[in-house]
Ligand binder design. Structure first.
Ligand code: TXA
Ligand code: MG
Length: 326
């Protein structure tokens, strides 16, 4: 069921439903989340069941405001506090030590917890209304089935889970790819997942360099190689290789789409073409809806031109690489 996320009465109904331990999906500035009250292990179990997500893969807990982190975090390092001060509310998740006995299922049993204060008014209003009903935070992964492309519209969520699920519609997500994740639970901060907030901006806010994930870093499903994948096969290729491949293409090639910055339209008869935006913010914003549209059009294979070098493209490059790793 779609609810208007800008209608205060709809927010109240959705908050009450969450407080009762039911699932509600909602808009955030990154992607839509599939939420349950974070302090209720039985409610959180419904998320894992709906998504088909393996148990033990931790969820992000969404907060109305930064001060609410104290209810979940055992401690906050100076780096975590600097990042929170500079970039919350916004598309940044921090992994911090978890308060013992709190939100165990949401954290997948890990001694740490992922926290984020979303900047979208629908998410924010839902969190504030929930807090008034005693909900301390909302555990929410992206509202898609495990391994699939994250939803950036309410219609995408309905396509994943059907009409029975309540969805607070907040329009198309402004950012379009998931939050950047910084692990602040160890001796030095590590960028686990790039997002639209690129490494340089995060490091400026943190006041120190961020490390790279290694085999000791927490295992996150979002960092599994094959993830964020459409049904079509994705091949990521350098610009020169893409142009060479297109030259060799026979007109018999059916079910192919090209997503590229440098290829002009009219590729070859029967080949679909989407122009990749020149700016990473626009590319992130449309990425998942383009993949979903091509799936809906029955495309079998998507040739994607490598995004340009540069940290500001890291989030888009990361999602495309994982989509291609299937
Ligand atoms: O933008 C986003 O982050 C969206 C919106 C809904 O907020 N959420 C999202 O959630 O992308 P999800 O579950 O699809 O991805 C969350 C990632 C996963 O890779 C998960 O493993 C990681 O965060 N994560 C959460 N808690 C963690 C923890 N305690 N330690 C390590 N990784 C954690
Ligand atoms: Mg996800």
């Amino acid at each position: 069921m779609l609810l208007d996320g800008h209608d205060p009465a709809a927010i109240e109904r959705a908050a009450a439903r969450l407080a009762e331990g039911e699932l509600v999906a909602f808009a955030t500035e990154t992607v839509y989340g599939l939420g349950a009250r974070a302090d209720d292990d039985a409610a959180v179990a419904k998320i894992y069941a709906a998504k088909g997500r393996p148990a033990g893969h931790p969820l992000i807990v969404h907060l109305a405001e930064a001060a609410d982190a104290a209810g979940f975090a055992a401690s906050l390092s100076p780096v975590a506090e600097r990042l929170m001060d500079a970039l919350w509310p916004g598309p940044l998740t921090l992994i911090v030590p978890r308060r013992a006995g709190v939100a165990t299922a949401a954290a997948g049993g890990h001694p740490t917890i992922g926290l984020r204060t979303p900047a979208h008014p629908v998410a924010h209003d839902l969190l504030v209304a929930g807090r008034r009903l005693g909900v301390p935070g909302i555990a929410a992964p992206s509202a898609n089935r495990f391994g699939r492309v994250s939803p950036t519209t309410a219609a995408h969520v309905a396509a994943e889970f059907g009409d029975a699920l309540w969805v607070l519609d907040g329009g198309a997500c402004r950012i379009g790819i998931e939050s950047s994740i910084v692990d602040c639970s160890g001796p030095a901060p590590v960028l686990l997942r790039p997002g639209i907030l690129a490494r340089d901006r995060l490091e400026a806010a943190a006041g120190e360099p961020l490390g790279w994930p290694d085999e000791r870093s927490p295992q996150a499903p979002g960092s599994l190689e094959s993830h964020y994948a459409p049904r079509a096969t994705v091949r990521l290729m350098p610009t020169g290789m893409l142009h060479a491949a297109l030259k060799m293409l026979g007109s018999e090639r059916l079910g192919l789409a090209v997503y590229s910055r440098s290829v002009a339209s009219g590729v070859a008869p029967g080949v679909r073409h989407r122009r990749m935006p020149a700016r990473p913010e626009q590319a992130a914003h449309e990425l998942y809806s383009v993949l979903r549209e091509l799936d809906a059009e029955g495309v079998q294979l998507i040739w994607v031109e490598d995004p340009p070098p540069g940290a500001e493209w890291d989030g888009v490059r990361d999602r495309l690489t994982r989509a291609a790793a299937r």
